[in-house]
Unconditional design. Structure first.
Length: 885
């Protein structure tokens, strides 16, 4: 049966109900198969992004399964700007596109993308939820153009309504360039008549043109012709409907005369009937200035309008009142010297006092008329003042010809004009190396040629390129160490890394202050002492981790280092039982090995001594010990109590009081690991220890010692070592004694030891307050004489399993392990515990089975030590299993 037990937020680990979710039915659901629940959640704006809920289900065998569901919370963006739908040809079109998204405050981002954009437009995403659509259409683009823009956020592929888009059309219209040609006026034929006329024509009309004349009367026209006009001043406006608000206007158009009493020249003859209105002797019909006297009829621009009345005498489009050259056409009004007189009419355009006809730089002031290369073009305006083919802007010597542009020191000043060609601060006139920088002017051999440019700086006849001592004369070129540096200048003539001044043998590289001193009768390291030696240093001793049967040999190895590694070495091994043997030394690897067979069971400390050729030595006593057991030596049981002394319990060093114990430890036939159970209870501290497995057991005479693992108060992973003395056995001293040491495997911290700080290889000294410890021989005898005393009931001990042998293979295992055992008379259970004591496998075995295959998946089993237990409660048997990946 299955129950859904959890629905948690993957990121915070909190129950999803804390975020407003509801489940129906509520969790945990009632066990069923199948089982379901409905998950409901209304996310807030701040929940934007991917949210993950982990559902957990558990069956009746405590098997657990999880399922992850990903939920995306996202709000689609929206456009907030209104498109600009009209563009004028040959003008810049701009539309600032804007969009919004409430998710931006929580990390979302927007991108504006052009999907359908005319070639004359471009879209630039500004990166802040806005974009600029812009371009300049040509006349060929006049018409309608479709545009589509999309706005998308980070999660746009999951938007329920798709990606929002804005679709519109941009109309490209004509630009406004309409203009009016000068009006043609027909004056009145008679005073008071309305037969005046104005005719105008428009230019650059894109659509349809309409005309309006406004004066004493207002008249409209479609062709620019206005008739039936009374005399007066008119203003004509043309409107081009090809572009919005596109108009052009011409003002001050005079028709006829306002009165017929006017007499321009005051000769008593009114202008209307006076044939010479300016009385200059030129009849009006021939006069190019009717109302302004100009008997010479001067007309500079030949436009039929005399100069005295022509507002633009050079017809350059600039009225005389604004023109800086009235009689010389210059629409650009260029005035080089800004003296108010345009260049086309100014006799001195640079205002330097030299007339243009004589000036070698017309537009650049140069009263001195300097001309370096004499080419008739003054220096201030000559692009190549030295006429070397390199323009002044690129020339590193403007006034000195140097077409190769040689610049030795790269300072931007060419050699032909640079007073210091190597830029060393010494002028060339004083420099002993013109083209090689040498501010110190060093000249080793004093020949007037600086060292940096002298090919033979020591003047010994050997050129520097071949000289092994450039600055020290050595014609013979002697070089003791062949390093390319001659002896007369080499500070280390044997190239051993030590200067000759500090080297006691400057021509022998094997002898120097850093050499290793060896036992050869020579002062190898120049310290005035012959044959001193560094002692070897032992690094570690490697012993068997598992107990060794008394019938088997024990092999050990040790590693050492020696600063004088070339020395020979010898080694001695003290086995801790009174035996010392010579170790086998591997000189190449600094490795010592040896083997020994013990004659008695026990716990032994091993030490190794290494001696070098000069008699220096080092000894290392191993921190661990060799455990020798005798499976035929019997087994040990015990039960009772001791008085736990102050300092024994690390949780409270002042605590003392009664402590109960009970144990049994024995080797079963054919087994190399002992079996049994151990309990220990310190009453005053509520400290309860119970063993989970044993590693080894040794019995020697009246002494018993065994080691294993267990838990304190039902938790943790602790190591323990128990030592017992049977006082009734020969050598036992008449009193039973007990010691137990318990430590946390994770930290190696001792949590209890009633002989705190004592050597682990020693035996118990705490006398029992009650109960007994009994060492049983193979034949079943105990206490030497009399009937064995059973352990008291003060501290119960788990029943010793009477199951038959349990075998694991392969062991170590990787992917699977096989269990083999004798046929069971009833159902049993196999449990596998990890190093933390957690159950990772529980499997039932039916009565009559003899083997079981367990698969070891990667996800559940990592490399490490596991405990396998086969049980028909209350009996059980355990084995250690090593898994190697």
């Amino acid at each position: 049966m299955v129950s859904i037990t959890e629905a948690k937020d993957k990121n915070s680990g909190a129950d999803f109900s804390t975020r407003g979710a509801s489940l129906s039915p509520a969790l945990p659901t009632a066990a069923a198969n199948p089982v379901s629940t409905t998950f409901s959640w209304t996310p807030a704006a701040a929940d934007w992004g991917h949210n993950h809920v982990i559902f957990k289900a558990e069956d009746s065998f405590n098997e657990v399964a999880t399922h992850e569901v990903s939920m995306l919370v996202n709000t689609s963006p929206a456009f907030t700007s209104i498109p600009v739908t009209v563009a004028e040809a040959e003008s810049v079109y701009t539309y600032l596109v804007t969009a919004s998204d409430p998710d931006l405050a929580y990390g979302d981002q927007l991108a504006l993308i052009g999907i359908n954009i005319p070639s004359w437009l471009s879209l630039v995403d500004n990166g802040d939820g806005t974009a600029t659509l812009s371009g300049s259409p040509t006349l060929a683009e006049i018409g309608f153009h479709s545009v589509e823009i999309k706005v998308q956020d980070i999660n746009h592929h999951h938007n329920v309504g798709g990606i929002p888009s804005q679709v519109f059309q941009v109309e490209v219209i004509n630009p406004c360039n309409v203009g009016l040609n000068p009006a043609t006026v027909t004056d009145l034929t008679c005073p008071g008549s309305d037969d005046g006329a104005i005719a105008v024509s428009a230019t650059d009309v894109r659509g349809n043109a309409t005309f309006t004349a406004v004066g004493p009367v207002t008249v409209n026209s479609t062709d620019g012709t206005f008739t039936g006009l009374p005399s007066g001043t008119y203003e004509v406006t043309v409107t081009d409907d090809g572009s919005p608000n596109c108009t052009a206007t011409q003002s001050n158009i005079m028709v006829g005369i306002t009165t017929y009493s006017a007499d321009n020249d005051g000769d008593g003859l009114g202008d209307f009937c006076d044939p010479d209105d300016d009385n200059d002797g030129v009849l009006d019909v021939n006069d190019n200035c009717v109302f302004t006297a100009n008997p010479d009829q001067a007309d500079n621009d030949g436009d039929g309008e005399g100069d005295v009345c022509d507002p633009d005498d050079d017809n350059d489009g600039v009225l005389d009142v604004n023109d800086n050259c009235i009689f010389a056409s210059n629409s650009d009004q260029a005035d080089n010297d800004a003296d108010g007189e345009g260049d086309v009419c100014d006799p001195d355009d640079d205002n330097d006092g030299v007339l243009d006809v004589n000036d070698n730089c017309v537009f650049t002031a140069n009263p001195d008329q300097a001309d370096n290369d004499g080419d008739g073009e003054g220096d201030v305006c000559d692009p190549d003042d030295d006429n070397d083919g390199v323009l002044d802007v690129n020339d590193n010597c403007v006034f000195a010809s140097n077409s190769d542009q040689a610049d030795n020191d790269g300072d931007g000043e060419g050699d032909v004009c640079d007073p210091d060609d190597d830029n060393d601060g010494v002028l060339d006139v004083n420099d002993n190396c013109f083209f090689a920088s040498n501010s110190d002017q060093a000249d080793n051999d004093g020949d007037g040629e600086g060292d940096v440019c002298d090919p033979d700086d020591d003047n010994d006849g050997v050129l520097d390129v071949n000289d092994n001592c450039v600055f020290a004369s050595n014609t013979d070129q002697a070089d003791n160490d062949g390093d390319g540096e001659g002896d007369v200048c080499d500070p280390d003539d044997d190239n051993d890394g030590y200067a000759d001044t500090n080297d006691c043998a400057p021509f022998d590289p094997a002898i120097n202050p850093g050499a290793e001193e060896v036992c050869d009768g020579i002062d190898n390291n120049c310290n005035l002492i012959v044959d001193e030696s560094d002692a070897p240093e032992l690094q570690s001793i490697t012993l068997p981790l598992d107990p060794v049967a008394i019938s088997e040999a024990v092999s050990i190895s040790a590693n050492f280092t020696d600063a004088d590694d070339e020395d020979g070495h010898s080694a001695d091994i003290d086995w801790g039982d009174g035996t010392v043997s010579t170790g086998l030394v591997n000189q190449n690897n600094n490795f010592v090995s040896g083997s020994h067979q013990y004659s008695a069971a026990g716990v032994y400390t091993v030490s190794v001594t290494v001696t070098d050729a000069c008699g220096e030595q080092d000894m290392l006593v191993n921190a661990t010990y060799v455990v020798i057991y005798d499976p035929s030596a019997g087994f040990v049981t015990g039960g009772g109590w001791i008085w736990s002394p102050a300092g024994a319990y690390s949780g409270d060093a002042s605590l003392e009081g009664k402590a109960n114990f009970g144990f049994v430890a024995k080797y079963k036939k054919g087994q190399s690991v002992p079996d049994g159970n151990t309990t220990f209870h310190l009453n005053a501290a509520d400290f309860k220890f119970k063993s989970t497995d044993y590693q080894w057991l040794t019995i020697a005479g009246s002494n018993a010692k065994f080691k294993g693992s267990g838990q304190v108060n039902g938790a943790g992973d602790y190591g323990f070592m128990l030592t017992g003395v049977d006082g009734d056995v020969n050598g036992g001293g008449g009193e039973d004694k007990f010691r137990i040491k318990i430590w946390d495997k994770a930290t190696s911290q001792v949590v209890y030891d009633n002989q705190m700080g004592a050597d682990d290889t020693g035996y118990a000294t705490t006398v029992l307050g009650g109960g007994s410890i009994v060492i049983h021989t193979q034949k079943g005898s105990n206490k030497s004489i009399g009937t064995p005393t059973p352990p008291p009931p003060a501290a119960p001990v788990d029943a010793v399993p009477d199951l038959q042998d349990l075998q694991l293979f392969p062991n170590p295992a990787r992917d699977e392990v096989n269990l083999r055992f004798l046929a069971l008379d009833r159902d049993a259970q196999v449990t596998v515990f990890d190093a933390m004591g957690r159950s990772v496998v529980n499997q039932m075995i039916a009565a009559g089975q003899t083997q079981l295959r367990l698969v070891l998946p990667d996800g559940k089993f990592a490399t490490g030590v596991y405990t396998v237990r086969l049980a028909t409660e209350p009996e059980g048997i355990t084995r250690r299993l090593l898994i190697q990946r």
